[in-house]
Write a protein that binds this ligand. Structure first.
Ligand code: 13P
Ligand code: SF4
Length: 306
């Protein structure tokens, strides 16, 4: 970043000016820190962000989220320049399965279709039949041919689908450490503090935590539900950064994180200054080799069409 932009106000001004000059759009995931959300043109969950990425007119997409999300944008918008402000912002769950793992898995279960959660690398998506997000996982599973389905990498999301579906869902042994570390005792503690509150949970959570919830929602689902719910108090069972946007958009309600320390350190790597540096220096470019992108696109587009 060039010298001289010391305070936050100046950084924001510079971002907004450069964004226009460079013909860039800023896409932001719901878990990003508040000040990054403030400069976003569009804030959403993984599904909404991929749909948006496929439709933007701007030449540059600044993706404020984790690497697999920026990769998905690059796959869906191959003619755009996709930049991530911190190239070390990965998703540990996505790293729990490799393309080679999927190839071996398919050999062990011949003829089974494979669903991959969007939280996977492009190489993994290229090996799978269809992709899903937390917003549409059940719908995707129901649409897939066959009674036995392989699902990677999130075992908690797999178990959530399995309990709703007649199909046999064979899970990979991956998980999100942020959601997996939300325990039943955290829910009990918050329920004791806010006895009239509803509890909303993300489906990456443990089955026993999901069982305690009033609603199971993707992050985008939580944003929508907050607009119409009659409830005044809500305990939010996901990464605690989620509360920022919910509270901002719904000042008449109270949102409490189920666990204050449910933080995704990778999501928090993106800062305002890194967004500015990304615009100024056109870094860090996220590119997916054509052969992998073409195969991965097939799996993503099947999901988007659904
Ligand atoms: P959403 O698609 O619900 O935003 O979830 C993405 C994610 O990484 C959750 O941990
Ligand atoms: Fe990955 Fe979990 Fe962070 Fe989402 S919250 S990006 S699943 S580590």
């Amino acid at each position: 970043m060039k010298e001289g932009y010391v305070n936050k106000h100046e950084v924001v001004k510079r971002i907004n000016k450069l964004k226009k000059e460079r013909n860039a759009v800023i896409l932001v995931h719901n878990y990003q820190i508040g000040e990054v959300q403030e400069v976003g043109d569009f804030i959403g969950d993984s599904l909404e962000l991929s749909q948006k990425a496929a439709r933007v007119n701007e030449e540059i997409i600044i993706f404020c989220g984790v690497h697999f999300m920026a990769e998905t944008a690059a796959i869906l918008s191959p003619n755009k320049t996709v930049l991530i402000p911190d190239d070390s912002a990965g998703c540990p769950m996505a790293d729990m399965v490799t393309a080679e793992d999927i190839r071996k898995w398919k050999k062990n279960y011949p003829g089974r279709k494979v669903i991959c959660y969007v939280n996977t690398s492009a190489e993994v998506k290229a090996e799978c039949d269809v992709c899903c997000t937390s917003a549409n996982a059940f719908k995707v599973a129901e649409s897939v041919e066959g009674e036995d389905i392989l699902f990677a990498p999130d075992k908690n999301l797999a178990s959530y689908i399995a309990r709703k579906s007649e199909k046999k869902i064979i899970p990979w042994d991956g998980y999100c450490y942020v959601h997996n570390n939300i325990r039943a005792r955290h829910v009990r503690e918050q329920r004791q503090k806010y006895p009239d509150a509803e509890f909303w949970v993300h489906p990456e959570s443990r089955p026993e935590v999901i069982d305690m919830a009033d609603k199971v929602l993707s992050t985008g689902g939580m944003v929508k539900e907050a607009r119409t719910t009659r409830k005044k108090n809500i305990i939010v069972g996901t990464e605690s950064g989620m509360v920022y946007g919910l509270q901002k958009e719904n000042p008449g309600r109270n949102f409490f994180p189920v666990k204050e320390m449910a933080l995704c350190s990778n999501m928090k790597k993106i800062t305002l200054r890194k967004v500015l540096a990304s615009l100024e220096e056109k870094k860090y470019r996220v590119e997916v080799p054509c052969d992998i992108a073409d195969r991965a696109r097939g799996a993503i587009e099947k999901m988007v069409k659904l």
